[in-house]
Design a protein around this ligand. Sequence first.
Ligand SMILES: Cc1ncc(COP(=O)(O)O)c(C=O)c1O
Length: 220
Amino acid sequence: MQQHSTGILSRFKLTSTVVLAFMLHCLTTILAKILQAFVNIVLTLCDAQDSVVMFAPYYFNSYMSFQMTGVTDILVGPGDLNTLYPDADWLEATLQQRKPTPKLVTVVNPGNPSGTYIPAPLLQRISDICKKAGCWLVVDNTYEYFMYDSRKHVCVEDDHIVNIFSFSKAYGMMGWRVGYIAYPSEVKGLAEQLLKVQDNIPICASVISQQLALRKMTAK
Ligand SMILES: Cc1ncc(COP(=O)(O)O)c(C=O)c1O
């Protein structure tokens, strides 16, 4: 779906490498929904005994996605008591001390159930901490358009980051079940493994849903 890829791409400042990943992904494996996207990522990146990191208050479905795929060492970091922002100092200390290093850190931005967004400098710091530790960062951007008071939603991109997006909230398409993953194409084997998981679960999102998603994105 070339036009769909282009529509998605126009919303981000992406490097050419990531653009390729986006297009490859959107051409081949638009997901049946973002919950499936998260499970696909866990199946792709994690092994059953791995540690992973989330922050309180966390999105319960992500927690269950770890549990049901055998990833039961789930470290839950604190959120700031006033802002509910993920505690980056805790993350830094945890990723330095914990051996073996947790495989993956996940945040939801803006958050469910916190309702708060992660400011760009904090998101970048979380990304830098993950990169230094050799840990994946998975950002759930389901509520990317739920930003108020002139605040702007931002994404971070790098070769250790996977961003996931949904049409459910952003385009009012809950029942149509369409979402997508933006992943770094330069990581060897990642695309193949993501596609392998996708091919064994839904194969693809329904074509009629993809067509509606395309029309929603290109509507004036
Ligand atoms: C944080 C978060 N991620 C993902 C989802 C699921 O999105 P989808 O409808 O695309 O499966 C929800 C839905 O409530 C959500 O709150």
